[in-house]
Write a protein that binds this ligand. Structure first.
Ligand code: SF4
Length: 104
């Protein structure tokens, strides 16, 4: 299992080093492949604009976001969203699930 808070590039590097995780198609199509992972893990308070700009043109943004949500990634930009934005998505999904549950 890959630890949380690795960038897509680091994930691919781990796979290449023979880790147990097999590469998935979306990681291989990531716009951020080959870019500095630090770009996607800015210091607290630093701009996320450049990372988000890369993500905006990424074909696998939905897959990346779902991966981060499923893994509970607490740091970095994934799927074009910051930690705070991903927390908002999680909260919204909880609210929607509760609404669906109470209406059924
Ligand atoms: S959405 Fe952003 S972080 Fe995710 S794979 Fe694409 S470029 Fe990389």
């Amino acid at each position: 299992m890959v630890e949380a808070s690795v960038s897509v590039q680091e994930f691919i590097d781990l796979v290449k080093e023979g880790e147990e995780v097999k590469p998935k198609r979306w990681q291989e199509r990531a716009n951020c492949l080959g870019l500095d992972p630090d770009l996607f893990f800015p210091e607290r308070g630093a701009s996320t604009r450049d990372a988000k700009s890369v993500c905006r043109g990424c074909d696998v943004r939905p897959e990346c976001l779902e991966y981060a949500l499923a893994q509970g990634e607490k740091h970095g930009i994934w799927g074009g969203l910051s930690e705070r934005e991903r927390r908002r998505v999680r909260r919204q999904r909880v609210i929607e699930r509760r609404r669906l549950y109470t209406n059924s």
